[in-house]
Design a protein around this ligand. Structure first.
Ligand SMILES: [Zn+2]
Length: 241
């Protein structure tokens, strides 16, 4: 399997690496982005771990392509802040409309170039959705009518089966968020787009584990990774399918 590293916005103050892993000539394409908000650490660590597994040839594909951008907003990440302005309100809201920041414009262009059928945007949020329906911690979010909804419900069921503490269960939310990367990928590019939100209040290790597991479930559903064929290193032993 081939894994290549590239730079988004090379030479600019917001330049950030991204990775493209390919197996075979054809196959499904998925894109995973993290760190649109610089302080959502578990999502960033999960994306970094996935890159590491790919580089070490420990997460292997049956066929297809995966693009990972582990830390979209480097400036916000360095300061451990959400980011100003909120990058996740600056993506194009309609076809032919431009993103309002160079970074979101570059990320959207990259998405447009690869046209992934699957788009996962990793985040973290307040609260636990199982305890309070108004909060987004421990949720998977998509847009109304998106073809990813049945798959997402299946993945939530699978995840919750393995989570003993009920309060930590995941729930599905349908939400239109104009200017967000997920809504742009869903509405403009027609991707199966999902935002993953782990709950801040949980231990970091557990949040990273949830993030990685959810991504792996989607890669399996996409047909990029064969079920039960994921080989993981001792260091991340907690991450099994
Ligand atoms: Zn976020």
């Amino acid at each position: 399997m081939q894994v290549n590293r590239y730079m988004l916005g090379k030479g600019s103050s917001w330049a950030t690496p991204y990775y493209v892993a390919i197996e075979g000539q054809k196959g499904p394409c998925a894109m995973v982005v993290a760190g649109i908000h610089g302080n959502e650490i578990a999502s960033i660590r999960a994306a970094e771990k996935l890159v590491k597994l790919l580089n070490e040839q420990k997460l292997r594909f049956s066929h297809g392509k995966l693009i990972i951008v582990p830390i979209v907003n480097q400036e916000a990440y360095r300061k451990r802040i959400r980011g100003k302005p909120d990058l996740n309100r600056t993506f194009p809201r309609q076809k032919k409309q431009a993103a309002t920041q160079p970074l979101s414009a570059a990320l959207f262009k990259l998405t447009q170039k690869h046209r992934p059928e699957w788009y996962l945007d990793l985040h973290e949020a307040n609260g636990l959705s199982q305890k309070d329906a108004r909060v987004l911690g421990q949720t998977l979010i998509s847009n109304k009518g998106n073809p990813v909804i049945p798959t997402t419900r299946r993945i939530i069921k699978r995840m919750n089966r393995s989570i003993k503490v009920k309060d930590r269960h995941f729930n599905m939310r349908l939400h239109e968020l104009p200017g967000s990367s997920r809504t742009a990928a869903a509405r403009i590019l027609g991707a199966r787009a999902v935002t993953v939100e782990t709950g801040w209040s949980l231990p970091e290790k557990e949040r990273i584990h949830y993030q990685m597991k959810i991504v792996q479930h989607f890669l399996t559903e996409a047909g990029i990774v064969k079920a039960n064929k994921v080989y993981l290193s001792g260091k991340v032993k907690t991450v099994t399918l």
